[in-house]
Design a protein around this ligand. Structure first.
Ligand SMILES: [Mn+2]
Length: 271
């Protein structure tokens, strides 16, 4: 790639070439389940949201960092997440398609979510066709050109040797280490990512270059919906830790960024 070529992460072009049909869609990301922050009210709000979905939704996109730390051992499932996983399985049984995009806190995503929920697992994000409109759904880590360190860490953690070595770490130890690393990085990097404007600028260019109707991402925890003069949408989902925000997209309706604290569950109100 020459220096002047427009920036796009190497995993995005593949995603763009394989669209998946979808219906009424909700994008949720950055729940960081397992962290202590407002844990009780967060979990309660999440449960209420999930229970509002059957009958009102076709596709639920879990857009990354759903868990503060996700690792699939061959024989163990973290017990703190069992109620959430069972609720997701109920949603799947109600006919909602569940999509799981791996975030930078999802260190090992194997076949458990695919088989148990079941969910469609998208390690790098995916392209949805909603009412004939093309949407790129990604977590967001490594998405900006200057996210070089993120991309290096991502390559390393996803490498075959790292994945098989980490699988030998006992769950209790792995959770203690991951919890400490997560806390330390929040102390070291408080506030919004310094390159947050780059996310928007890159996404807008991809929208225009690839004929997309919109890009939705999480990761930076800064809710923002921008409608371009030409009608397409750039949407930063925000998070479920502080903002309780979600992206709601229906065929033939403008996309919306919902503040669930203010609006509740509008997808359920007009039935
Ligand atoms: Mn993230």
């Amino acid at each position: 790639m020459s220096i002047t070529a427009p920036w796009i992460p190497p995993w995005i072009p593949d995603i763009l070439s394989s669209p998946q049909p979808a219906g009424r869609t909700l994008f949720l990301s950055d729940l960081h389940l397992g962290t202590a922050w407002e844990r009780l009210s967060r979990d309660r709000d999440l449960e209420a949201l999930l229970h509002s979905l059957p009958g009102n939704l076709d596709d639920l996109v879990l857009g990354g960092d759903i868990f503060e730390f996700w690792w699939e051992w061959t024989h163990a499932v973290p017990r703190a997440h069992l109620p959430f996983l069972l609720t997701l399985r109920d949603l799947a049984r109600e006919g909602i398609r569940i999509h799981f995009i791996a975030g930078n806190h999802d260190f090992k995503v194997g076949d458990f979510l695919r088989d148990f929920l079941p969910a469609q697992v998208h390690p790098d994000g995916f392209r949805m066709e909603i009412g004939g409109q093309a949407w790129l759904m990604v977590h967001g880590d490594g998405m900006a050109r200057s996210d070089r360190a993120d991309r290096r860490i991502r390559r390393l953690l996803r490498s075959r040797w790292a994945q098989s070595l980490w699988n030998l770490v006992p769950a209790d130890l792995a959770y203690r280490v991951a919890g400490g690393v997560g806390k330390a990085s929040r102390v070291a990097n408080p506030g919004p990512a310094p390159n947050i404007e780059e996310y928007r600028a890159d996404a807008v260019r991809w929208i225009l270059e690839h004929g997309l109707s919109g890009v939705v991402h999480g990761h930076t925890h800064r809710p923002l919906l921008e409608r371009l003069p030409t009608g397409q949408h750039y949407i930063n989902n925000g998070d479920w830790v502080i903002h309780r925000s979600a992206v709601w997209i229906r065929p033939d309706e403008p996309a919306r960024l919902i503040d669930c604290r203010q609006e509740g569950h509008p997808w359920a109100s007009n039935t």
